[in-house]
Design a protein around this ligand. Structure first.
Ligand code: MN
Length: 260
């Protein structure tokens, strides 16, 4: 059962994210749906043995759900832990180990009340755009959520020097990543990967998937030479139509993975 206080908070947050949200969407932030998201992201090559996806707890907006430290393809509902957004520590781990980079999730949830789901991945196609002078931009309509400007890049050296292991392994680093993300839907992490955020789990998965596809297309188009990108107006108009289409992809992707 969804507590009214949470439901109101979630609907307000989703409304702030820019589009109306159905009651059905607020019911997708469950351990079952999150475990499915893990397996979908793995099957679609957004994540491999590493990477993770979280949702804000549907019963308490001050908590988030995240799997224990393991390969996303193997996650089941029994592997989902509940974390404090304030501390990034699990409430009842029962000996289960947490991801070293869980601080990504708390940092962004603390900074972005409109965000209810976060994907962190090492998607190979985005790496070149975090380490070169070529910005990642929306080059096809499915990645319109990348917005009118360049996708921001988190440079861990700016906050922690040039000898880190590149992992977001503390709350100060999570907060710094959230500052780089700002109001954007996606941020790259130099030499590491990316984060994609959204008001719903399904949309966060959609954005993570299409960020990778956009990077592949941009790399190919750059080889051909002088690509045309979406204009800020095109990005805004195309993104406005996407929210209602997200579940079509989800319905397809879930047929390819083990059901709950
Ligand atoms: Mn990572």
């Amino acid at each position: 059962m969804i507590r009214p206080r949470f439901l109101l908070g979630t609907l307000a947050a989703l409304a702030a994210a820019g589009r109306p949200v159905s009651a059905a969407e607020t019911h997708t932030m469950t351990p079952d749906e999150l475990s499915l998201a893990n397996r979908i992201l793995a099957h679609e090559n957004v994540v491999d043995g590493f990477g993770h996806v979280s949702v804000r707890d549907p019963h308490d907006a001050a908590r988030y759900l995240l799997a224990r430290s393991m390969a996303p393809a193997l996650v089941t509902s029994a592997d989902i832990l509940t974390y404090s957004i304030a501390t990034d520590e699990p409430f009842d781990p029962q000996g289960r180990v947490s991801y070293l980079e869980r601080f990504i999730h708390g940092g962004i949830y603390r900074a972005r009340p409109d965000v209810n789901s976060i994907v962190h991945s090492h998607t190979q196609s985005v790496i070149p755009f975090g380490v070169s002078q070529v910005p990642l931009r929306p080059i096809f309509h499915m990645a319109a959520f990348l917005g009118g400007g360049n996708v921001p890049i988190f440079e861990i050296r700016e906050v922690a020097g040039d000898a880190t292991n590149l992992l977001v392994s503390s709350q100060p680093l999570g907060d710094a990543l959230a500052r780089t993300l700002g109001a954007a839907n996606v941020a790259l992490m130099r030499g590491h990967g990316m984060v994609a955020v959204a008001g719903t789990l399904h949309e966060a998965v959609f954005r993570a998937y299409y960020t990778g596809r956009d990077a592949e297309i941009e790399s190919e188009a750059l080889r051909l030479g002088n690509p045309t990108f979406l204009s800020p107006g095109e990005a805004k108009a195309a993104a406005a139509t996407q929210g209602g289409l997200v579940d079509r992809s989800w319905a397809l992707w879930k047929t390819n993975v083990t059901p709950n």
